[in-house]
Structures are given as structure tokens and as C-alpha cells.
Design a protein around this ligand. Structure first.
Ligand code: TXA
Ligand code: MG
Length: 349
């Protein structure tokens, strides 16, 4: 398949191009597009064949449900059994934006889209290109992150093309995304609202609206034998090709430990890499050293993390060490993704 790549600037949107992209989705094809979190791989959420195509383009197991993206609140009713009070409150505060809510699904949503589940994940993105595309595509766009399964989610179109060229009809290049980590997922079908995946909308912000919120127990720890409630969280995710280890401790000690390890790996002829921060990065002796930004600027770290993981792959780095980050606020989402990328390999010094 020949993948058409088009560029759409969110400030000056070309309606003819948006219509063309929407028609592809309506006809059962797939279009990758920018959202504020990461790039999505969009298909018609109400067409079971489209969902099957998404799974096969991603190389993703089909028991891993997709998020249905809407652009208008009026579209919600038709795809869910009911809209609980908490959903109205959250929507008022956080939609459009990087929050996904889980509802009981209506008959309209095929089980192919929900990975066989009786529930459906719904998100209303804020990115203008995403919103225009969803409307042009009929209102319901199923979209996982636009990476091949197991790779870091793409935050720039270059990496969408790398993973999806020849596998989908179109890629919309809308430039760099703003947030860089996938949306927060909250389950509203459980007894207590429960966070299944941390993201830009933090636990603290959700608690301001809902009072108490619970967290899925598997969110921050290595597989405890308990199945995560978001099926996608059980797979080894966001993984770079190299072996990644997180090193946690006081900065000077971390630098010293990592440099010692790197010395040994270099003797074994391994290509080494370090993921550090602006103040530490020049102190490392790895072959490839990349900063995710200022340690105190979590928004910057979130935005840079997947790009840096991808760059490690671009450089064919075999052994990667990463600094550790705090787990408060947005830090929780950052560490959740980094821990998964590392397969929970952490050294405390
Ligand atoms: O920011 C985002 O959410 C991005 C952009 C493109 O919108 N999308 C995204 O989709 O991250 P994906 O497919 O990569 O991740 C969806 C996650 C998976 O972990 C999946 O298991 C979970 O959502 N999920 C979807 N439907 C669910 C459901 N009904 N119950 C529990 N978890 C669900
Ligand atoms: Mg994903």
C-alpha cells in the first residue's frame, strides 16, 4: 500500500485535505493524525473491519481495546449505556483534553473495537486537527497510539512514518505534539473511580473534581500476578530495542555508578547510551548521551521522553541507563512509562 503523507498546519487548516482524510476513514481505511498527547492511528470505531485493520497495522493483540475519540459531547450518548454523574463533572473540567473515561458500551460499538469487553474507552481530544478529522470521519474514530506494538508512542510524524509506511492509507503530519505521553485513563464502571493509566491529568486534579480516586494496583509496580484492568498495560510497552536500566539515587552517585557500568560495557564492545537531564548530561561517558530537559520541568521531560527513547534505537544503542524521576504529579506518568520501557529494571544506589 502506498501511504500518502500530508502536512496540515493547525493554524491554517486545509478543509479539503481534512475532508479527504475523513473520507478515507469513512470508507474503512486508516489515517494517522496528531493529538495533543501522541499521534493516533485512526479508523472508524463503529466498523469492525476498521478495528481489525488497526490491530494488524500495529501488530497488536486484538484483546487490547481501542479508545474511541469524539469531538462533540452530543456524540457520547449513542456509544455508552449511561453517562454517570462523575463523567459529566470530569467532562466539564477536562474535555476536550488528555483524559479517557471508561463507560459501559452501547450496542452500537462493535466488540472488535473494545477487544471483546462490555466497556468502551472514550476521549475527546483538544488538538484542532484531531477534532476536525473526527468530525469529517463521521464522529467516532478509534485510535491507539500510532506506533508498532511494543515501540514508544510517536510524538512526531517522522516516527509514525517509520512504523506505519506502507501499512496505512495516510499520515497527517501536524508537527510536534504538546504533551508527549498518552492520556490519563479513568474507569467509571468500577465501584470507585479508578485510574488505570496515569497521564497529564494527575490524580490530584481528578481528586479535586471527584473527591476520592483509586489507582489500579498494577500501575507502578512490576507484574504482581494480578491482571491490570487496562489490558494494554500488561504488555511490555514503550520499549526501546536496547536494554534499559533506571538508576535511582543522589545525582553524583548516579553519575559515578553509570560511568563505571559504561566502562565495563564498552570493554565488551557494547554501544552505550544515557538518558539524563540538562545539568548531569555532560558528565556521562556513554556513546550516546541525551537529555530529556530540565529536572524541574516535568512537562518538558514528558514531551521529550519518547523521542529520546526512539533516538536510542536510531543510534542502535545496546545498553541504556536512565536517571530516575519523582513520582508526584506528572512525574507519576513519566515514571510509569519509563518503568515499563525498562521492564521494571531499577538499581537503587
Ligand atoms: O492519548 C491517548 O490516549 C492516545 C491518543 C492517540 O489519543 N491513545 C492511546 O491509545 O494511548 P492506546 O491504544 O495506545 O492505549 C489505550 C489503552 C490501552 O492500555 C487499553 O488497554 C486501554 O486504553 N483501554 C481501552 N479500552 C479499555 C476498556 N474498555 N477498559 C479498560 N482499558 C481500556
Ligand atoms: Mg499505545
Amino acid at each position: 500500500m502506498n501511504t500518502k503523507v500530508i502536512r496540515i498546519d493547525e493554524q491554517h487548516m486545509d478543509t479539503a485535505l481534512i475532508e479527504e482524510a475523513g473520507s478515507i476513514i469513512k470508507a474503512g481505511g486508516l489515517v494517522a493524525f496528531p493529538t495533543e498527547t501522541v499521534y493516533g492511528l485512526g479508523g472508524d470505531a463503529l466498523n469492525p473491519q476498521s478495528s481489525e485493520k488497526i490491530y494488524s497495522a500495529k501488530g497488536r493483540p486484538s484483546d487490547n481495546p481501542l479508545i474511541v475519540h469524539i469531538a462533540d459531547m452530543e456524540k457520547l450518548n449513542a456509544i455508552v449505556r449511561e453517562v454517570p454523574e462523575n463523567a459529566w463533572k470530569l467532562a466539564e473540567r477536562f474535555w476536550p483534553g488528555p483524559l479517557t473515561m471508561i463507560f459501559y458500551k452501547s450496542e452500537l460499538v462493535p466488540r472488535e473495537t473494545t477487544g471483546g469487553l462490555d466497556t468502551v474507552a472514550v476521549r475527546m481530544p483538544v488538538h484542532p486537527v484531531a477534532r476536525a478529522l473526527i468530525r469529517a470521519a463521521g464522529g467516532y474514530v478509534a485510535a491507539p497510539s500510532a506506533n508498532r506494538s511494543g515501540r514508544p508512542s510517536p510524538t512526531v510524524a517522522k516516527y509514525v512514518i517509520e512504523d506505519m509506511d506502507g501499512r496505512i492509507e495516510m499520515v497527517i503530519d501536524g508537527g510536534d505534539v504538546e504533551i508527549g505521553l498518552e492520556s490519563t485513563i479513568i474507569d467509571l464502571t468500577s465501584e470507585k473511580p479508578t485510574i488505570l493509566r496515569p497521564g497529564y491529568i494527575t490524580e490530584q486534579k481528578l481528586a479535586q473534581v471527584l473527591g476520592e480516586v483509586a489507582q489500579d494496583r498494577t500501575m507502578m509496580c512490576a507484574d504482581s500476578g494480578q491482571a491490570p484492568k487496562a489490558p494494554g498495560m500488561k504488555y511490555r510497552h514503550y520499549a526501546p530495542k536496547g536494554e534499559l536500566t533506571i538508576v535511582d539515587g543522589e545525582e553524583g552517585c548516579v553519575v559515578e555508578y553509570i560511568n563505571t557500568q559504561i566502562g565495563q560495557k564498552k570493554k565488551d564492545n557494547k554501544k552505550t547510551g544515557v538518558i539524563g537531564t540538562d545539568t548531569s548530561i555532560t558528565q556521562y561517558q556513554a556513546d550516546v548521551c541525551r537529555s530529556v530537559g530540565n529536572r524541574n520541568d516535568e512537562a518538558e521531560i514528558a514531551r521529550e521522553l519518547y523521542r529520546v527513547l526512539r533516538e536510542m534505537d536510531d543510534e542502535n544503542v545496546e545498553i541504556i541507563y536512565a536517571e530516575s524521576f519523582g513520582t508526584v504529579g506528572l512525574g507519576q506518568a513519566i515514571m510509569n512509562r519509563l518503568l515499563k520501557a525498562a521492564g521494571h529494571r531499577v538499581v537503587h544506589i
